[in-house]
Structures are given as structure tokens and as C-alpha cells.
Design a protein around this ligand. Sequence first.
Ligand SMILES: Cc1cc2nc3c(=O)[nH]c(=O)nc-3n(C[C@H](O)[C@H](O)[C@H](O)COP(=O)(O)O)c2cc1C
Length: 475
Amino acid sequence: MSTIALPRIIQGGMGIAVSDWRLAHAVSSLGQLGVVSGTAIDSVFVRRLQDGDPGGHVRRAMAAFPMPGVAEQLLKRWFRPEGRAPGEKYRELSMYKQVVSKLRQQTTMMAMFVEVWLAKEGHANPVGVNLLTKIQLPNLALLYGAMLAGVDYVLMGAGIPKEVPGALDAMAEHRAASMKLDVEGLGAAEAEVFSLDPQQYWDVPAPPLRRPMFLAIIASNSLGTMLARKASGRVDGFIVEGPTAGGHNAPPRGAATYNEIGEPVYGERDVVDFPKLAELGLPFWIAGGAGSPEGLEAALAAGAVGIQVGTLFAYCDESGLAESYKRSVLEHALKGDVTVYTDPNASPTGFPFKVVDWGGNVADFEKRKRICDLGYLRVAYKTEEGKVAYRCSAEPVDQYVKKGGAEAETAGRRCLCNALMSNIGLAQVREGGIEEPPLLTSGDDLLAIPAFLQGRTHYSARDVLDYLLGTARAD
Ligand SMILES: Cc1cc2nc3c(=O)[nH]c(=O)nc-3n(C[C@H](O)[C@H](O)[C@H](O)COP(=O)(O)O)c2cc1C
């Protein structure tokens, strides 16, 4: 185990760049654990540079990247000092594949490095990074980039992160890491992998790295037990995330049933047995509707070290969510005019995804022309010729079907890649100057936020921590 003190509050990772470096910096500076999201951070990085990098933060961090020459190459390729012209489209990175160029991997490493470096700037407290296990292909470059910036914790769920601890062990010593690539249609005896060999990226001595703590995000005792016993390296603890949490949720166990508005129904089998989890001897935090002083108290009573909180942080001043959405959602929440719907179809991952409707402002995605140009949620499949190719159930339906996908799987699917970029004010511009629509996500607790807001529509990360830890001032 590490010698660093465990945090009581973890500010949950929130993609895409809702928990960006500013939020994580604020939380970690105050002595709790700030977590940056690494999801699609390479696209966030190139869009920030195309927007002129206001404040120079990205360039300041880039200058500290230890691989010589990479910052210069990427600045030349992406930086626009004067920003984009009004209505101008962003240039995109190439979409991830099983094998990509060295520069493409370095772009991902750099983007993750920048985010962690900025979150750690000017204080000595730990910072974490959150990645989705399911978005497999960029993950090794993201983890290596985060380690180059000295990340202290890696938190991963949305899939089974069994191979991540071993990859961290290897890459902390600059050894090659490989993981199994999930490919639909592969035979039982076949296997595909994706790899990263750090040695290929250095022509100067590589700096010494620390292996970060690894916390697995789980929703069941069985997954906790399996990871504690069978992961490829050390698991340092768990985040136990319930179905009320924001973002993606684990699907219910057993046969799927739905309530009258089509949300998945969770039952007894989805309840985690905390005393049994504690028998594994690892620290754990409780997430999902735990963001209140009472939630913290209950978590401690259940044997947890603390709580992981998302929704309250998502709307604070330091979060990456676009300012206009924060204000509008909080104003509607104060009037009791928000709903959170657990949509079983929206996410191309097939996992339930929580969608916020504030005053009927949720975008009509049926009007959006389908296009897949970010591609993070594409899955790999084996073609008839035996090659590995990629498809996403939110891409144009005819293309998906041509690639062997079932038409039924495209129903109700939303392009989360583009929508989540829009949420943070980095919307792609389409034909006729139309911007990609947003799709906001929050935990069910958004409905209870007025109790915390006390009439405010602005608050800081410090206000959230003061509230949770019971140090709020009487005024
Ligand atoms: C806007 C938003 C985005 C999220 N994105 C992610 C994510 O990318 N990865 C992840 O592991 N969890 C994600 N979560 C879940 C949070 O990290 C956290 O576990 C959860 O929000 C806790 O429940 P609460 O919202 O009731 O506080 C997200 C939550 C929100 C509200």
C-alpha cells in the first residue's frame, strides 16, 4: 500500500472534461482528491489549441512534456493563435485504431499529461485520473501520459479493468504493456491485442515514474472479489457506484425489466453487501447519491473510507460544463423543473446512461444528421475477410448495417462523443453553421440539489467540500 493518506472525498471523474484540470486542481488544493477525466481528452486538447489556448495554460503544460520535440510538432499542427473564425469547423484527429502512428499516440500522451500537470500545478497534493475501460484503444497512451505528469491515482470502471494494474506496473518501469482487444465475431481460439512500448518513444533517458494507486469502480461484490484476486497487478481499493450515479450506470443484474417510462429497474441483486466487500481488506468509497453530509456519515458507518461525488461538482464554478448550461440547469432545478431519465438506449456502449431534461430543453436527437467522426465508442469487429474493423451504433444506420451491425441496435442511440464535447462548449460546427446538440448527464440527486443551493445559482468546489465535510459557515 502507498504511504499517502486516503481522501475522505473523491471528486468523481466526469467526462468529457467536465472534471477538467481546473476542477481537479481546486479539489486537490483543498486536500481532497481531485480527478481529471481522460475520456476523449486528446480531442479536447486539439480543440483548445485551435481556439487559441486562452490564458496559455495548455502551452505552459506542454513545455514541461519530457519527450523532446513533441510539443513543437503538435503546436505547429494544431495551435491557432487567433482562434477559429466564427462558424469555422474544428479540424479533427484521426480516429483510434488497433495500431496508430507514433505521433497519434504522442498526441494522446501529451493531452493527458497537460491535464494532470495543470491539476497538480502549484500544490503537493494527490490528483487522480478517470478513464473508461470500454474505450480501450487510447487507454495505454492516456495512462502513460498521466504517469509522465506524476498522477497519483487511476480510477477506472465502465467495464472490467482487470488488465490495468499490470499495465501500470509495466509502464511505471517503461516496459511494454498489452491488453486484450474486445473484437466482436472473433472465434474462441482467436485473440487480438493492443500494445504500447514506451521504449519506442525515447531517444533521451526516460524519467523515473511512480506507479499510481489503482481504484476499480465496481457495482457488485462479485466484480470486487474477482478483481482483488485475479487482476494482473495490485488493486488498491474500490469505488462502489450505485445506479443513482451520474453518467453511465452498470446494467441491472439478471433479466432486464423496465418501469412504466422505460427505465431499467434495479433490485435486491444490485445491492452491494458492504461488510462482505470489507472482508477483501481493501479501502472503499461509496458513490451515487452519497453527496451530502448524511451520505458521508452513512458511508463511514458502512465501513467506507469516504464517498465519491459527481453531480454536486458538475455544476460548481470550476467544472468544465459550459457556463450557460450550468446557470440554466440550476435555475430550473431551483424551480423543481428538472428530471433525470435513466435511458437504456442512448449510449452506444449499451449501458444505461442518465439524461437531464431541464425545462424541456433536452435536444431532439432525431433531427440530428448522424455522423461518426470522433469514434471513441466504436467497437472492433471481425470482417468477413478476417480483418479488424470498427463500428458505432450511433453512426449512420446504413453504414452500421453495412458493417454487419443489427439495425435494431441503432434505435435511440445518441452520439455521446459529439454531444459531450458540446456540453463543455467545444461543439463541432456542421453544415449551415449548426452546432452539435448537447446531452447533459447527472445523478438522480440533481433533483435534491435545491437543499444544497439554498437559492444560489453559483457555488465553488470549496462550497461543496464545506457542505460535505460539515464545515459550512453559519452564514
Ligand atoms: C456529468 C457527469 C459525468 C460523469 N462521467 C463519468 C465518467 O466519465 N467516468 C466515470 O467513471 N464516472 C462518471 N460519472 C460518475 C461520477 O464520477 C460519480 O461516480 C457519480 O456522479 C457519483 O454520484 P452522484 O452524481 O450522485 O454524486 C459522471 C457523473 C456526472 C454527473
